[in-house]
Design a protein around this ligand. Structure first.
Ligand code: F6P
Length: 326
């Protein structure tokens, strides 16, 4: 039996569909196990300002289907300073919170790692990001929904691309990871994906042109991962306009619509399992781990591993896309 009596829960960084399902799961699993729960608003900022409310089971009723996060979120610069973290620790003590569950991406889990180390506070992380860029987990909360949002958009763009015989560059999110772009391209039947993981290996546009896009098709869709390494969709559109002026080129940047919407069944189930496992971990006196899922099994991944290691992208997926887009 663990020593923790009260768990604080917060969402931090970019919101992701399924965060509410995770908040619900953590809250309900904690109460089921006899723990008190406190909801911390606006991520680490709420821990500094004391924007904290006790959560009962009914506080998380009717939220499993909602996008965004009822706890709100923020990117908090103050928490990056020792003074900010000191204030956050004092708030925790005042509120009687003796463990934290942090739902967010790598920036949020980095904050949790530093905080846990400085103040010896048990912190459990849940991978909540559409980017799917955390090491040690097959997938992250929000990724599946964002992928489906991309498909819906690309299917629509395909209609107009085909009607006009155009080449579309569609830019998707992912920060410096190409999971959304590559799997979005495979699932939408796009002709190519340009992703940061391979940006230094080959000129991906050159390769795409060389492989003869539009030889057998009237229109083409190329999914481009946002990232300084790829340069984004505008960069490629400009290049094609200059280097291959024969093409009628258009750009669509999907942007933040990828972050919204009701979570898919996959993300709701994932968030529910990971949220319940976070409380299991706390009851077992685990600390400073991210709860992940690998081969459909719950795993505990030390923060350092989850954040520092680059999650590899499978070359096989690149090959599948190349083979199927002829
Ligand atoms: O990490 C999630 C994410 O949506 C990234 O894909 C994107 O680069 C970033 O957040 C955008 O952040 P913001 O909402 O602060 O502009």
């Amino acid at each position: 039996m663990g020593t923790v009596k009260c768990v604080g829960i917060l969402t931090s960084g970019g919101d992701a569909p399924g965060m509410n399902a995770a908040i619900r799961a953590v809250t309900r699993a904690a109460i089921y196990n006899g723990l008190q729960v406190k909801g911390i608003y606006r991520g680490y900022r709420g821990l500094i300002t004391g924007e904290i409310v006790e959560f009962k089971s009914q506080n998380v009723s009717n939220i499993i289907q909602l996008g965004g996060t009822i706890l709100k979120t923020a990117r908090c610069n103050e928490f990056m300073t020792p003074e900010g973290r000191q204030t956050a620790y004092e708030t925790m003590q005042k509120e009687g919170i003796d463990a934290l569950v942090v739902i967010g991406g790598d920036g949020s889990l980095t904050g949790a790692r530093i905080f846990a180390q400085e103040f010896n506070v048990p912190c459990i992380g849940l991978p909540g990001t559409i980017d799917n860029d955390l090491y040690g987990t097959d997938t992250t909360i929000g990724y599946d929904t964002a992928l489906n949002t991309i498909l819906e958009a690309v299917d629509k763009i395909r209609d107009t691309a085909t009607s006009h015989d155009r080449l579309f560059f569609v830019e998707v999110m992912g920060r410096d990871a190409g999971f959304l772009a590559l799997n979005g391209a495979i699932a939408s039947g796009a002709e190519a994906a340009i992703i940061p993981e391979f940006s230094t290996e080959v000129d991906q546009l050159e390769e795409f042109i060389k492989n003869g896009f539009r030889k057998s098709k009237n229109s083409s869709i190329v999914i481009v991962a946002e990232s300084e390494l790829t340069g984004g969709a505008m960069h490629y559109a400009e290049r094609v306009k200059n280097e291959y002026p024969g093409y009628d080129v258009r750009v669509t940047i999907l942007g933040h619509l990828q972050r919204g919407g009701s979570p898919s069944a996959h993300d709701r189930i994932l968030a529910s399992r990971l949220g319940a496992a976070a409380i299991d971990a706390i009851m077992e006196d685990q600390r400073n781990v991210m709860i992940g899922i690998e081969n459909d099994e719950i795993v505990y991944v030390p923060f350092t591993k989850a954040i520092k290691n680059d999650k590899p992208i499978k070359k096989e997926l690149v090959n599948v896309l190349r083979e199927l887009s002829i």
